[in-house]
Design a protein around this ligand. Structure first.
Ligand SMILES: [Zn+2]
Ligand SMILES: [Zn+2]
Ligand SMILES: [Zn+2]
Length: 443
């Protein structure tokens, strides 16, 4: 391995096993990004958590010599690639493309390597049963990570990967420690017993079979009738359970979940069901990191990129507004169908810098009140409120001019324009866009 690599071994004993610089305390690692391998540390998980919590190692590659409970979730694993040199070069290239890693260290760490995922780790001692150690390290203490995960997924920053498990939680305290018990449907009592009971046809008395048995014969303890033939004198009722608390008889016990953390009883359908996924970074993360955007929903007056869910929530509202106040809003869709093949040929980084170049030029064209959104990897949507269709000609001229400035082979730019109000627009703006894009009305 080349000496030029910023490669460090972090260990408790001073055995230099790797062609790396030996360091005994992680706080002594330099500020500049590098590669570190942690060797033989019994506190490895705590060490990894501390390093991520310091918020400065998102730029690093972190390996371990031995796997530990959290090493898959918090490091690049126990396998140091043979071609570390070229892995590091790729890493640096991606790193250079990130504008705001400081403000989004978690997403930046995940985005820097395809192999990294936000991984759940099962932890029976935790109320949530599963934890996301990486999320916890960057987002401080959170009671449950699900709200954050939902937000990040809904806004396209994370996408669900493999489904790891399904867990039900107490609706009262969100604990996953539940015990399922059969209870009396009348009084919710726990003490219910299975019974072999009989039902006397003469007087209607129901009791346990034992109460009917007298010197080898079946005799009703209530009316003293001798029961000879089943179906004629007596039968066996369907209710085969009896509650020891309220004496209620029933055929089906009610299953309840008793929370082991707060003692609340809940019906199974009242429990909060959650699916535990691994997560990858979504398309919005790439644009977030590369454009230096922040998480906040931008104010409408800003000439900013917004995320797709925000735009989708805005469109139906604008449509109603347009109808009520006789306004016209213009939506331009810039479709770059060659982008995918370009991406395959030239790689993600080059493709992203092409779209960035494009965005930069588009920004010059947008007014303060316009919004821009990378709706899909190859579709940009520009929303221009209060713009009549008549303005389109001039805009289109500028866009054509802009497209010609981008000197890339096998790359085309198609522009579509739609106006609001549109009678086909419902509250489901995503569906409307699908319709519009498949219709592809060229202007
Ligand atoms: Zn009962
Ligand atoms: Zn009887
Ligand atoms: Zn509870």
């Amino acid at each position: 391995m080349a000496q030029s690599l910023p490669f460090f071994q972090l260990g408790v004993d001073a055995t230099e096993r790797y062609p790396a610089q030996f360091i005994s305390d992680w706080r002594a690692l330099p500020e500049k990004p590098g590669i570190v391998v942690i060797t033989d540390n019994a506190e490895q998980d705590a060490l990894l958590e501390a390093m991520h919590r310091s918020q400065r190692f998102w730029q690093w590659r972190i390996y371990v010599s031995q796997p530990s409970a959290l090493s898959m979730a918090l490091s690049d694993g126990a396998h140091i690639p043979d071609d570390l040199e070229s892995v590091w070069q790729d890493h640096l290239q991606y790193l250079a493309a990130i504008k705001n890693g400081e403000s989004e260290p978690l997403l930046a760490w995940l985005w820097l390597d395809d192999g990294r995922e936000l991984q759940p780790v099962r932890d029976a001692s935790s109320r949530g049963i599963y934890r996301y150690p990486l999320l916890e390290a960057y987002n401080e203490e959170r009671a449950t990570p699900y709200h954050a995960l939902l937000q990040l997924t809904q806004r396209g920053y994370l996408v669900e990967g493999e489904l790891v498990d399904k867990v039900r939680f107490c609706p009262s305290c969100q604990s996953g420690h539940l015990n399922y018990v059969e209870t009396c449907p009348h009084c919710q009592g726990l003490d219910i017993r299975h019974e072999h009971s009989l039902h006397c046809f003469t007087c209607g008395h129901v009791a346990d079979q034992e109460a009917f048995t007298r010197s080898g014969k079946l005799v009703c303890p209530n009316c003293l009738t001798q029961l000879r033939h089943i179906g004629v004198d007596y039968d066996r009722p369907l209710e085969t359970y009896v509650c020891q608390s309220c004496k209620h008889r029933f055929s089906e016990a009610q299953t309840k979940a008793r929370c082991l953390s707060c003692d609340t009883f809940s019906a199974p359908n009242a429990l909060i069901a959650r699916q535990i996924y691994r997560y990858d970074t979504g398309i919005q993360t790439a644009s977030l990191l590369r454009n230096g955007q922040t998480f906040q929903i931008p104010a409408l007056s800003l000439n900013h990129l917004v995320d797709a869910p925000f735009l989708l929530s805005l469109l139906p509202w604008l449509n109603k507004l347009a109808r009520r106040h006789q306004q016209q809003h213009l939506i331009l869709a810039l479709h770059l169908p060659g982008l995918e093949s370009y991406g395959q040929k030239h790689g993600e980084l080059k493709t992203l810098s092409l779209t960035e170049h494009l965005s930069e030029r588009l920004n010059g064209l947008l007014r303060d009140t316009d919004l821009c959104c990378q709706y899909t990897p190859d579709t940009l949507l520009l929303l221009m409120p209060q713009t009549p269709q008549a303005a389109l000609g001039r805009l289109q001229e500028k866009i054509t001019e802009l497209a010609s400035l981008i000197e890339v082979d096998d790359f085309t730019l198609q522009v579509y324009a739609w106006t609001l109000p549109d009678e086909l627009m419902t509250d489901d703006a995503a569906n409307w866009l699908v319709m519009k894009m498949s219709g592809r009305v060229d202007d």
